[in-house]
Design a protein around this ligand. Sequence first.
Ligand SMILES: [Fe+2]
Length: 154
Amino acid sequence: MGGQIKWETDLETGILVVDFQHKEFFRLVNDLLDSSIKGRDRAAVAKAFNFLNFYIIDHFGMEESLMMEYKYQFLMEHRGFHRYFKEELQKLEAQISGNHFEEVSTRLDYLMVGWFVNHIKVQDRKLAKFLHEEAKVNRGLSERLGQLMRKFFG
Ligand SMILES: [Fe+2]
């Protein structure tokens, strides 16, 4: 029970730094699922959750700054989705401190499978398409994406 979340190649957006971060995010969620389902270790869950929380703030922040820098017309809409997810993570945090591990697992599963995967497929792909088009006319963009890749992944 309580499967791991599997990365599928059809989740790739073609924007390397975004894809790398999404994969890392999957890994962190699996860690969290592991520690909550198998370990039921409150400290481990809290630690895994903190990583995840910081990570998602970084990741959404990066996407949003790209949207702002390149004047993406769906910025507000996309940011709204990010806000919803961050709020959901906050609710999860409250459940973690109450030791409701089953609920945390179920909710995480929904957020990842039902929400995040869909977000990548719809919103992030739409953004990636825009960035690919923009890169054709804006030479600085590829350089910018390279910088971000180095910043996050060395
Ligand atoms: Fe996004």
